[in-house]
Design a protein around this ligand. Structure first.
Ligand code: PDD
Length: 279
């Protein structure tokens, strides 16, 4: 693979990042993952807007313009002949002597990007559906900032797998916040799509916003509110959204089948509409 590191396109085994990089030492870094379908990026402008917001919230500077970031993404897709998969982009506060205080202004941020091939449209999970385990949400309280502090979500995913599930939904004060790397949805008994309202408790998903717009334009009802695991288990359907999952149905939660235990019609239709709109 050819990857991008601080201004250079290099073979992955020649890429170098300082051991003093604050992303490495303090998880002082933010990231975005943009899906690539048919060689084209999906929702890039939304990812850029969220990146800028994460940078602002952490008082982190990045001199590179959105236009230049787009060019680097496109060049990487081209150099790696990527048809389907993702582009990962990470911005860290840069390298400096280890100190909890931020380095002096003017310390250059580090910017890293790479591509990863992944089968997204023909995902077996779309047919089979996900089994979910519920776990307490033990992440920090600024989940709206897309930082690389991913240890707890990673631990939660492993714990879910130990329990025979595919992934975890995280619960705080009795309500589902989101999945380990996706937003959580249910379809209630009134056929209303329900997903938690935006706040600092969860990531403001780009796919969530697109799916909400698609639902609205196809006369589906959408309500933004929290829901419990019990309500989700008793819902008609459940599903998740993310850039790389698109829409994945959820067929069981804590070993209880959701609906009839197979992917439901809303999840199937929204997935179809999303793919149609992205190609
Ligand atoms: N994760 N919630 C969390 C905690 C996430 O990590 C993600 C995305 C989402 C969905 O956001 P979006 O629709 O903008 O991709 C929600 C990416 C895909 C990842 O970490 O790989």
């Amino acid at each position: 693979r050819t990857v991008y590191v601080n201004g250079h396109f290099v073979p992955e085994n020649e890429a170098e990042i300082s051991v003093f990089d604050r992303g490495f030492l303090f998880a002082d870094a933010i990231y975005e993952v943009t899906a690539v379908l048919n060689g084209r990026m999906v929702g890039f402008d939304g990812h850029m807007a969220r990146l800028r917001r994460s940078l602002r919230e952490l008082e982190m500077g990045l001199p590179t313009s959105d236009q230049r970031l787009r060019e680097i993404h496109l060049e990487l897709i081209d150099k790696n002949a990527l048809q389907e998969g993702l582009v990962y982009m990470q911005v860290s506060r840069g390298a400096a002597d280890r100190d909890f205080a931020y380095p002096a202004p003017g310390t250059p941020a580090s910017l890293v990007m790479f591509t990863q091939e992944k089968s997204i449209i023909d995902s077996p999970v779309a047919e089979r559906g996900l089994k979910i385990a519920s776990l307490p949400d033990m992440r920090w309280s600024r989940r709206d900032i897309k930082t690389v502090q991913l240890l707890y979500p990673s631990m939660a995913k492993m714990e879910a797998k130990k329990r025979g599930a595919d992934d975890a939904w995280l619960v705080e004060s009795g309500l589902v916040t989101e999945g380990t790397s996706s937003n959580a949805w249910i379809v209630d008994n009134d056929n209303t799509l329900v997903t938690r309202e935006l706040s600092r408790a969860l990531l403001h998903g780009i796919t969530r916003a697109t799916v909400m717009a698609l639902a609205n334009s196809h006369d589906m009802k959408v309500e933004e509110r929290g829901f419990t695991i019990k309500e989700a288990q008793n819902a008609r359907e459940a599903f998740v959204t993310s850039s790389t999952a698109l829409v994945h149905p959820v067929v069981a939660i804590d070993e209880r089948p959701v609906g009839d235990g197979t992917p439901g019609p809303f999840a199937r239709e929204l997935r179809r509409l999303y793919i149609e709109a992205s190609l």
